[in-house]
Design a protein around this ligand. Sequence first.
Ligand code: ZN
Ligand code: ZN
Length: 262
Amino acid sequence: MKVSVLASGSSGNVTYIETPKHRVLVDAGLSGKKVESLMHDIGRTLKDVDALFVTHEHSDHIKGVGVLARKYGMPVYANTDTWDAIGTKIGVIPAEQKMDFEPGKVLTLDDLDVESFPVSHDAANPQFYQFHHNSKAFAIVTDTGYLSDRLHGTLQNADAYLIEANHDVEMLRMGGYAWSLKQRILSDKGHLSNEDGALAAIDLLGNKTKQIYLGHLSKENNQKVLAHVTVEQIMQNRDIAVDHDFMLYDTDPEIATKLTVI
Ligand SMILES: [Zn+2]
Ligand SMILES: [Zn+2]
């Protein structure tokens, strides 16, 4: 399995996953044109993408979904509550392309198993995905206020993670966001801070884990270096050998990460 985080951040999210038989996306939270250009950057084309998995209805996850579905005709998977919440926000998607995929289910596409799981976030029924191929696992978990004990079981010891490091708590507290928005982000249905993302990663990682991507950084309330150093420090304090046991990668809202074997 190969993975590229095409874009990650509060401004837009898309992740690309491929196996010998399938090429899929998780979310398309940028314009269709931007997703096309990011795919081009990793030497791939949307013409070959045969499924798109949507996590929830926030615009940083669905902005380009309608355009891509209409232009390329791939099936789009989301749970029924999310479909209802999306409504007409992204225009009309032909009924035969709209697939229901409920949380806690596994969808098998030949050599790729896709497992959906619920997260705690202020959307209708947000779910993220873990991909399994040839006994390798890649889990994406962003847009969540915390990780439940049950999720710890589901996501334990994956080969790679894209995990949320949304904000620095001090930057968020001191910053210009309205009080209510700050409360929302900090709540159990908001986003993981750098510290919380580090602790979640520490709980999840195991001897198989070789890659951790830090994602969904807030433009206003975080910085790439700050997120990286904070996570690295918390891990090192617990005697976890970052960049030895596994690699810790940054992601970017506009630059795709290198297509990497999981
Ligand atoms: Zn969200
Ligand atoms: Zn988001």
